[in-house]
Design a protein around this ligand. Structure first.
Ligand code: ADP
Ligand code: MG
Length: 376
């Protein structure tokens, strides 16, 4: 296994459309890196340049210590798993698995041992004599995974491999793939992975680190917790987390007890914030508060932002309140017991931000200007 490095990587399609704008990314040996972003942000283009399926118009791809720009896909030491499993329909599972080794003239006994081992790891031994059309979607995807695994590549590349599966199977394959990654590490065969998805849940649950992309640029690279707790900008803040972070444009007064004004109302954001923020005394800014980080004020409590509940969704243990604050519409997530205890005789609620979890963004640049400055 090897590390992967992208240096000022660029892609221009047809001399005119720049899809990738100089990306720099290091994926460490044995690391599971997820590329995530909305459709069209150039995740596949980036992956295909790593694989050698798309020519590179600027910068470098390094695998191990080699620049591989000029190498054909077969010489790069990569294996790729696609969304449409791309199994050979006329070959049994056994032959699909061993195909890559057979064309390299690997000795028969070795091929047979490798096939058995991969089938064992992926628990597909009972399927070895079936044709692809006799497999379920999840089984076919495991065979596709096996076909990549058997090559013992330097780097595994995945392009939305679970998108064709239903939600339940997707969740179980997610666990299977991360388990496999962990198991290979424990067995001393760590796998370097680049995994592309548009699904933030997949990214958050699978990645050691996540690279968030937008329009051919990297917005932030960090582990899941950091992305969630310390989003570098408005884009990451809005993309990571469900339901989305509430982003409200208003005015922030930065004193020892910062105040946020929106519409005709204002709310204290909490003293914790003043240590993280440095603004001229009152500035237009975007305040970000996750739906889970609002508290509903009790009866008689006049603090917080007052709004009208327009819609209520029961999610089981949680309830989503859609609240119209006048100049902003927000979602607050409250737990079911708290909701039961609420007085809903009027549809007016007061929402109080949880002070430790408030973010402030520069509305124009989008940058998070409330991250602890002492942190590395
Ligand atoms: P993603 O995988 O993130 O959805 P893609 O890498 O497929 O995004 O595409 C990135 C951008 O490049 C999109 O705007 C897409 O339309 C464009 N694109 C992709 N492939 C080609 C191509 N072969 N020719 C021209 N433009 C392309
Ligand atoms: Mg794609």
């Amino acid at each position: 296994m090897a590390r992967l490095q992208l240096r000022n990587l660029e892609k221009t399609y047809g001399n005119t459309f720049k899809a990738v704008h100089g990306i720099n990314l290091d994926v460490e040996e044995g690391e599971f890196m997820v590329l995530v972003g909305p459709s069209g942000c150039a995740k596949s283009t980036t992956l295909r340049m790593i694989a050698g399926l798309e020519n590179i118009t600027g910068g470098e791809v390094r695998i191990g210590n080699r620049v591989v720009n000029a190498l054909p896909p077969a010489k790069r030491g990569i294996a790729m798993v696609f969304q449409n499993y791309a199994l050979y329909p006329h070959m049994k599972v056994r032959s699909n698995l061993s195909f890559g080794l057979r064309i390299q003239n690997v000795p028969k006994a070795e091929i047979s041992a490798a096939t058995e081992e991969v089938a064992r790891i992926l628990e597909i031994e009972p399927l070895l004599d079936r044709l692809p059309k006799e497999l379920s979607g999840g089984q076919a995807q495991r065979v596709a995974l096996g076909r990549a695994l058997i090559k013992k590549p330097e780097v595994f590349l995945f392009d939305e491999p679970l998108s064709n599966l239903d939600a339940k199977l997707r969740a179980s394959m997610r666990v299977r793939i991360t388990d496999l990654h962990r198991r290979l590490k424990q067995e001393g065969k760590p796998a370097t992975v680049v995994y592309v998805t548009h699904d933030q849940t997949e990214a958050m649950t699978m990645g050691d680190r996540i690279c968030v992309m937008k329009e051919g640029r990297i917005m932030q690279v960090a582990d899941p917790k950091t992305l969630y707790m310390r989003p570098a900008n408005l884009f990451v803040a809005g993309f990571i987390g469900s339901p989305e972070m509430n982003l409200m444009e208003g005015r922030v007064e930065d004193t020892s007890d910062p105040v946020f004004s929106i519409g005709g109302q204002s709310v204290r954001l909490g003293r914790e914030l003043s240590a993280r923020l440095s603004l001229s005394s009152a500035t237009n800014a975007t305040v970000g508060i996750r739906p889970q980080h609002f508290e509903v004020a009790g009866p008689g409590d006049e603090s917080g932002l007052s709004g009208r509940v327009t819609h209520v969704e029961f999610m089981g243990h949680e309830v989503y309140l859609y609240v119209d604050l006048g100049d902003a519409r927000v979602i607050a997530v409250v737990n079911a017991e708290a909701y039961e205890a609420m007085d809903m005789s009027s549809d007016v609620v007061r929402l109080r931000p949880n002070a430790a979890s408030v973010h402030v963004f520069d509305t124009v640049s989008g940058e998070n200007i409330s991250l602890e400055r002492c942190a590395a």
